[in-house]
Design a protein around this ligand. Structure first.
Ligand code: B12
Ligand code: SF4
Length: 539
């Protein structure tokens, strides 16, 4: 093998494709706003910064542009990383890269959780790159041609590097990620974040975060930064200190960025924190709500959400100028037949528009997976055993023997998806958000960006406002919000734009789920379960 360390190794980093039908893959909205994909591949940008800097890097994001054979032919080393929904595309790329004689390095969350599936890669660099990439590089220096690296040690975030943001074209993406914290103090049974990153939140220093923002600023980026923390407010004291520094930095530069993030519902209990987020220009926050049912929260160890009135929390967050998005899960052992109705009522009352409702998927290497394995209820699905190849919690969840009849649970799921994404219900929630939000947006786009916003706005008006399904609802929403709370019009129009994606996604999910029900009914549930468990046993 060529000396890959010392020379100018041509390193190709590839972000492989996500499913077109994922909740997060809002391609139609991207087209409307003139972008190609929602989120930039922060993991690979970080990996590039951890590899020897005398190498030559090229990053191809297959969600943005096709990977050409020529790219592979030119590369000495191909780095692939990603999560479960990319498993199928990652495995395909390992084979393709090998056919082109490239050395393949694989890492990221799915290879870390299920390394056996990726054993054909030359190097498996598992866990956090900050810890394992130096081990891999040390072997490469000694001309070792394959290896598997993992470590029980967690990375010291205070030595984290600034991601190589220069490797992407900012115009391709709606948002660019920036990470402050890894790990989460909570202990939800279904969660793999705590397995991958631990339960003690680890932080970058405020100076590191500012340095990353400065790097984006110097590269000319303006606009949306997504703080990709699992729980941005995992340590409220630290995050408040950070927010003070962010505010001082951003104010001095006339607010070049606005922000989104993920947080736990107890955000709503802290007015000081909410005010700081508002002052820094946070606009959306994703809340892990999971279920309105307290018994289920208890059984799944999501204790922090028990007895938390979601409607009040969302209303409070709106009063600080932020829209709440919500993650929900159906299919818990303790879900009762009325869960569908409970879910619909909770979502409608809270006014959450972007509600990601998934079926419980036992992710590899979680407490849930271990319990189901012990109870002999786990199906061992891989992307290869699914006809579509897609593993997505909205279409391939319930990867275990369910306690209630599966057909009933799937029917309940369809009921929720149809109700929540019924145009009139969705637009009711948009109006609620538009009327109650108290925005104080600080970031102002430059003239060119403002013009492109205007073009996007006209496209939304054309697509949503002249559609048979939403035309009347769109204009009713538009004028109601405009006349009664004009500052709410921007988020309201954005949420209306998102419905263009949700309407399509709803049809897809409902049709896939109906097909699943038909398949189960054809053979009967017992036979279906026996078949799935048979796969498990390798029969
Ligand atoms: C931001 C985020 C998103 C964003 C943006 C995703 C994107 N394009 O980057 C959005 C909201 C779109 C998203 C969606 C989803 N996500 Co997500 N997401 C995250 C989150 C919170 C941060 C990711 C991140 O940027 N981290 C910062 C970077 C620096 O870390 P990293 O990517 O892990 O990279 C490090 C290492 O993994 C390693 N590494 C990574 N790649 C490579 C490659 C090589 C070659 C090497 C050597 C090393 C290496 O080195 C890096 C530095 O240490 C993580 C949780 C987390 N804490 O990481 C979940 C996470 C990655 N998501 C996950 C999942 C399941 C999803 C969804 C399916 C559903 C969901 N839960 O929301 C969807 C699917 C997306 C789709 N389009 O279909 C899981 C993945 C589980 C798994 N075992 O694969 C995670 C771990 C958390 C979780 N349980 O939800 N996600
Ligand atoms: S709060 Fe979120 S990140 Fe933390 S353990 Fe629960 S699901 Fe995981």
């Amino acid at each position: 093998m060529k000396d890959l360390y010392s020379g100018v190794t041509k390193c190709l980093l590839v972000q492989t494709k996500f499913s077109d039908y994922s909740f997060w893959n809002y391609q139609d909205v991207c087209k409307i706003v003139g972008k190609k994909y929602p989120a930039a591949p922060l993991g690979l940008l970080t990996v590039a910064a951890l590899l020897p800097q005398h190498w030559e890097f090229r990053l191809v994001d297959e969600n943005v542009e096709p990977l050409q054979d020529e790219d592979l032919r030119r590369a000495d080393l191909v780095c692939i990383g990603g999560m479960l929904p990319q498993q199928y595309s990652m495995l395909g790329l390992i084979e393709r890269a090998h056919r082109m004689n490239c050395v393949v390095v694989v890492g990221g969350p799915d290879p870390t959780s299920q390394p056996e599936l990726y054993k054909n890669a030359d190097f498996l660099v598992l866990g956090e790159g900050e810890v394992t990439i130096p081990l891999f590089i040390s072997d490469l220096r000694q001309h070792i041609t394959s290896g598997r690296y993992s470590s029980l040690e967690k990375a010291d975030m205070q030595t984290a590097v600034v991601p190589r943001y220069d490797l992407i074209r900012f115009d391709d993406y709606i948002m660019i990620g920036l990470q402050f914290i890894r790990g989460c103090p909570f202990n939800c049974e279904f969660c793999d974040v705590i397995e991958l990153y631990g339960r003690t939140p680890r932080f970058k220093t405020n100076e590191q975060v500012i340095r990353e923002m400065q790097s984006l600023y110097d590269l000319g980026y303006r606009g949306h930064i997504d703080m990709v923390d699992d729980n941005f407010i995992g340590n409220k004291k630290k995050v408040k200190e950070l927010l003070h520094d962010i505010i001082a930095w951003t104010k001095a530069r006339n607010y070049p960025f606005y922000f989104t993030t993920e947080a736990s519902v107890n955000l709503a209990d802290d007015d000081e924190l909410l005010q700081l987020m508002r002052d820094a220009d946070f606009r959306y926050v994703f809340l892990g709500i999971e279920t309105p049912d307290n018994d289920t929260l208890l059984l799944s160890k999501k204790n922090q959400n028990i007895n938390k009135p979601i409607t009040e929390a969302v209303r409070k967050i709106l009063s600080y100028g932020m829209v709440s998005n919500g993650g929900y899960i159906m299919g818990f052992d303790s879900d009762r037949p009325h869960i569908a109705q409970q879910m619909i009522t909770s979502i409608q009352d809270s006014g959450i528009c972007m509600a990601m409702i998934g079926l419980l998927y036992a992710l590899p290497n979680t407490q849930l997976t271990r319990r189901l394995e012990e109870e002999k209820r786990l199906f061992h699905l891989t992307s290869k055993s699914l006809s579509s190849g897609d593993i997505d919690q909205m279409t391939s969840g319930l990867n275990f023997l369910t306690l209630r009849p599966r057909v009933d649970m799937l029917a309940g799921y369809i009921e929720v998806i149809e109700a929540i994404f019924k145009p009139s219900n969705y637009y009711k929630r948009v109006i609620y958000t538009g009327l109650h939000i108290r925005t104080a947006y600080r970031h102002k786009p430059d003239f060119k960006t403002w013009l492109s916003y205007m073009r996007s706005f006209l496209r939304v008006c054309k697509t949503a406002g002249f559609s048979g399904d939403t035309g009347w609802l769109y204009w009713k929403m538009f004028f109601t919000v405009l006349f009664r709370n004009s500052k709410g019009i921007e988020p309201a129009v954005n949420l209306a734009a998102m419905f263009i994606h949700f309407a399509k996604q709803k049809s897809y999910i409902v049709s896939v789920t109906r097909q699943m029900i038909a398949n189960i009914e054809k053979t009967g549930e017992d036979a279906f379960n026996a078949r799935m468990m048979g796969e498990t046993d390798g029969k």
